[in-house]
Design a protein around this ligand. Structure first.
Ligand code: GUN
Length: 292
């Protein structure tokens, strides 16, 4: 069994990006600049956005964090998005999800200039992805492809089962794994809350990508020998023995499933760090596209 070490690979990618930034600096050009908007004070979201900003510093990017209160109106948020769309200093930006209930997420995603949409959530970019056109691939799915690629995990002709159909992970992953090319060329089954007898499906899977958010959902009895496991779950579970009072738990019963798996991502240290590295990669791409 091989651990798909997202911590190590994401570090490699950050080093590669830092080297690119150095080349940009050596030429006397402007370094990439990522901005993030966060609305409200959800603990997990603040942590994720904080990690994104820290990662920018680590590779030599400029970063801007825009914090808006929980009572921000949709109009105020759309105004801020317009500002970032029009600011030539900003190469790319993200609006951290989820948003408070008074804000319509679809309106927000539509307002982001697709050329600065480094999350790849705008329908233009999502459509391009589905049509195999060059675009920003959402960071978490992009990170999973990169892990499969760097470890040389075969996907061609394999049966990939995706658990969860979220717009951020499950849905794009189901499209990407079925695309022509590598990683891709899989036969994909997308499962969700209305799927009947999921064990019958997971037990036939060569590759399982779980993005459900239910701790320890996937058990050893549900998978076959030599399965490849990608665990995208990151649920906070109360744990008073930890300094923060919680620990992060994945969708997969790692202790038992890892005994049967050929490759498996740990939680933490698997997909999570890859997401941030790929957001940086998309920002570097955004800068290149603006400079063409
Ligand atoms: N919330 C959870 N994951 C993500 C992500 O990749 N991007 C944004 N903007 N919000 C998220």
């Amino acid at each position: 069994m091989t651990i798909l070490d997202g911590k190590k690979i994401s570090n490699d990618i950050k080093n590669e990006i830092a080297a690119e930034v150095q080349k940009i600096k050596d030429k006397g050009e402007k370094v990439p600049h990522l901005a993030a908007i966060i609305v409200g004070n959800d603990g997990a979201s603040l942590t994720y956005v904080g990690s994104k900003v820290k990662a920018c510093e680590r590779v030599g990017f400029e970063s801007t964090l825009v914090q808006m209160s929980n009572t921000t109106s949709e109009v105020e948020l759309l105004e801020k998005i317009k500002e970032l769309n029009e600011n030539p200093e900003i190469d790319g930006f993200i609006v951290q999800l989820p948003l408070p209930p008074q804000i319509n997420e679809q309106q927000v995603l539509l307002a982001v200039n697709p050329d600065k949409d480094v999350d790849g959530f705008h329908p233009t970019n999502f459509g391009k992805m589905a049509l195999d056109m060059s675009t920003f691939i959402p960071a978490t799915p992009f990170g999973i492809l990169e892990l499969l690629d760097r470890y040389g995990v075969e996907t061609k002709g394999k049966h990939t089962v995706v658990i969860g159909r979220s717009h951020i992970v499950g849905r794009p992953m189901s499209i990407l794994m079925g695309r022509k090319g590598f990683p891709g060329n899989s036969t994909v089954t997308l499962t969700h809350s209305h799927t009947k007898n999921i064990t019958q499906i997971t037990s036939q899977a060569d590759i399982i990508i779980s993005a459900l958010g239910v701790p320890n959902f996937l058990k050893a009895e549900m998978v076959k020998d030599d399965v490849v496991i990608i665990d995208v779950g990151i649920t906070r579970v109360t744990d008073e023995t930890k300094p923060r009072g919680y620990r992060i738990v994945g969708d997969v019963d790692f202790a038992n499933v890892s005994q049967k798996a050929s490759y498996i991502t740990p939680v933490p240290g698997g997909v999570g760090p890859m997401t941030i590295a790929m957001l940086l990669k998309n920002t570097l791409l955004a800068r290149e596209r603006h400079n063409i």
